[in-house]
Design a protein around this ligand. Structure first.
Ligand code: A2P
Length: 270
């Protein structure tokens, strides 16, 4: 039996603390990236930006990995943005899911990339690389983000142009949604760059912050701890290097129980 069939069988006798949800759509972007949506359990609450443990039964037991929930807290469906790792314990199977298949999800979401972990400010930066855009896919579609900030700047840096498509699709979907578009207005700025292909906007986000090009391109002043807030999601090194630049500008790291000027979370793999 393959993973979807085993997961379906497992779902007939679920342990407490686990949901089994039905896949609704799957979109493949590149050989390494895909997006999928699934049903949302009636009692499942989360805050935009949080992650959940997602799984399939592989062999004789479920395997779970952390996934940022990419849909906003108000959405009826749950969305995820995933890498495909050829020999990844979960993603080698997850990349093959089809509408109608079951996916497991543990009941308790968590995470630090939430609006509550930041003290009030005027401008919110969301710095992401690769699949690190996922928690921000949730936050840029949440009206609360725009109630709290005058300006929302999503940066997304990938190696290649094809990897940026999900981010562009998100912004298009916001624009196509009459209600959401009215709330978002011109507050959202999407700044996408690549590092290993030709493209009008090139370079690592760290270099673009250091050189000031990011701020010049966006027409905003340099980082200011009095008004700027930030969230970072990417690889360990990207987080470390970006956080160092924010600290140099005078911002301090916060957490759920200790809100401050920026928060971090690793983009998940596997
Ligand atoms: P680069 O191509 O120069 O390595 P990865 O897939 O390795 O996580 O990389 C995703 C994107 O993040 C790439 O564009 C990569 O740039 C960039 N990146 C990797 N490490 C860092 C870092 N320490 N600081 C800023 N950007 C980084």
């Amino acid at each position: 039996m393959n993973a979807p069939a085993k997961t379906e069988e497992f779902a007939t006798n679920l342990p407490a603390g686990v949901y089994a949800e039905t896949v609704l759509s799957v979109t493949h972007y590149t050989d390494y990236l895909f997006r999928f949506t699934m049903t949302r359990p009636a009692g499942f609450r989360f805050r935009s930006g949080e992650f959940a443990m997602i799984g399939l039964v592989v062999g004789d037991k479920p395997i779970y990995r952390a996934y940022s929930i990419a849909s906003p807290a108000w959405s009826e469906e749950l969305e995820f943005f995933s890498i495909k790792v050829p020999d990844g314990p979960l993603t080698q199977h997850l990349q093959k899911i089809k509408p109608g298949d079951k996916v497991l999800m543990r009941k308790k979401p968590t995470g630090t990339l939430v609006l509550d972990a930041l003290v009030p400010g005027k401008r919110l930066y969301m710095f992401s690389t690769g699949t690190g855009i996922a928690p921000f896919a949730s936050l840029i579609r949440d009206p609360e983000t725009y109630e709290k900030y005058e300006e929302v700047i999503l940066t997304h840096t990938c190696r290649e142009v094809a990897e940026l498509k999900y981010g562009f699709d998100l912004v298009e979907e916001i624009r196509a949604d009459e209600m959401l578009n009215e709330i978002v207005g011109d507050k959202l700025k999407h700044y996408a760059t690549v590092t290993r292909e030709d493209y009008p906007f090139k370079g690592r986000i760290t270099d673009l912050i250091e050189s000031g090009k990011l701020f010049a391109d966006l027409g905003v002043p340099p980082l200011d701890p009095a008004v700027d807030r930030a969230m970072i999601c990417g690889s360990m090194t990207m987080i470390r290097d970006t956080a160092a630049l924010l600290e140099k500008a005078g911002l301090t790291e916060g957490a759920n129980n200790n809100p401050a000027e920026f928060v971090i979370e690793r983009a998940f793999v596997g």
